[in-house]
Design a protein around this ligand. Structure first.
Ligand code: SAH
Ligand code: SF4
Length: 353
């Protein structure tokens, strides 16, 4: 599709590119880009001539259009443009203990979940592995904290773009040195992709976006449920859990009056308490984040706590997640290819191309 990029080039490709340089230069460049994780311009141990050469031969794949940081500075979001004008977003989430990057796997998404801003905007194109990996490095350049976790929870359905996503996972593991269990792939339930994931050697963590305890409701929230109903998804998730020896997380966006009933909590508890997956099921309850085209409101914090208690009473662990980055539309489900509109008060820096 296009030539080499800075984080798309493999070590072998870098060696070929720098074939006329002293051999140790390859090691120096690789060390700067992937181990020290510094921008090329900051790799001042390299001669200026070599940096200029690399800059021209290995262009970045993403151009920053907008960067915004939340008021509490814990969350930053970037909107990027690709070489062909597709747009995508990346979120960096910091706590005192860790820095995680939430990457997009597609520009847009074809799955059409009505409560999700990405789904509302539709599908633009798949991202390639270099575009996915570069999101992590570019976010890393913005913080002194070492990025240790990557979640495939940005725009797009990772398992609908399997090969590039898996190539990016492999590079984040092999080249950036991230541990497989700190790489989390989130899926809305693409069963064939989950089956493939179970056969991969790298034991990444799986998150499944469930959102409902029964097929009738789930099909309204997640159209793909018509194709892959809950029973099949749970079966495939157990396959992954067994193969990777890792607990699976089930994501549940609490929507007032839609899926937050206590009877629904009981039904979910019944469903997941007998789920045979290794390590049992863990449910992440997220209050629905507002998006432009979905009228639903978030379940109340009190209701979500009670929902979690009902699950726990049936032996299913559950946590109520705090949302981060809502003031800059960087929370779950708020990423979109449509125009960014940071709220007043959110620090926003426009960056040149
Ligand atoms: N397509 C994948 C990964 C990206 S979405 C998936 O759906 O799993 C990342 C997470 O955000 C998913 O769990 C998704 O269900 C959730 N999400 C989407 N819209 C949301 C919203 N408005 N509020 C809260 N969570 C939302
Ligand atoms: Fe796509 Fe996930 Fe959003 Fe559904 S929730 S539209 S699968 S990004």
């Amino acid at each position: 599709m296009r030539g080499l990029t800075r984080y798309g080039a493999t070590r072998a490709e870098l060696e070929a590119l720098l074939g006329d340089e002293p051999r140790y230069r390859v090691e120096q460049v690789w060390d700067a880009l992937w181990r020290r994780r510094v921008p090329l311009a900051d790799a001042t141990e390299l001669p200026g001539r070599l940096r200029a050469r690399l800059d021209a031969a290995l262009p970045l794949a993403l151009t920053a259009l907008v960067q915004a940081t939340s008021r509490d500075e814990a969350t930053s979001k970037w909107r990027w443009a690709t070489h062909d004008g597709a747009q995508l977003e990346t979120v960096l989430m910091r706590t005192p203990r860790r820095a995680s990057v939430c990457v997009s796997s597609q520009a847009g998404c074809a799955m059409g979940c009505p409560f999700c801003a990405t789904g509302q905007a539709g599908f633009e194109r798949h991202l390639d592995a270099a575009e996915i990996v570069e999101q992590v490095l570019r976010a890393q350049h913005a913080t002194d904290q070492r990025v240790t976790n990557v979640v495939y929870m940005g725009m797009g359905e990772p398992l609908a773009n399997y090969e590039p996503v898996w190539e990016s996972v492999t590079r984040l593991h092999d080249d950036l040195g991230l541990s497989a269990r700190r790489l989390t792939v989130s899926t809305v339930g693409v069963v064939p992709g989950m089956r493939r994931l179970a056969r991969e050697a790298l034991p990444v963590t799986l998150a499944v976006s469930l959102h409902a305890p029964d097929d009738e409701l789930r099909a309204r929230l997640v159209p793909l449920n018509h194709r892959y109903p809950i029973a099949e998804i749970l079966d495939a998730a157990a396959d992954v859990a067994g193969a990777h020896g890792r607990r699976v997380t089930f994501e549940y966006a609490g929507i007032a009056g839609v899926n937050d009933g206590l009877d629904q909590a009981e039904a979910l508890g019944r469903l997941l308490s007998t789920w045979p997956g290794v390590g049992g099921a863990h449910v992440n309850l997220i209050p629905l984040n507002p998006t432009a085209e979905y009228p639903g409101r978030a379940a109340s914090p009190g209701r979500l706590r009670e929902f979690a208690r009902r699950l726990q009473a049936r032996g299913v662990t559950a946590t109520v997640r705090r949302t981060q980055g809502r003031d800059i539309d960087a929370a779950c489900g708020q990423l979109t290819t449509l125009a960014v509109r940071p709220e007043p008060g959110a620090a926003s820096t426009r960056m040149g191309p």
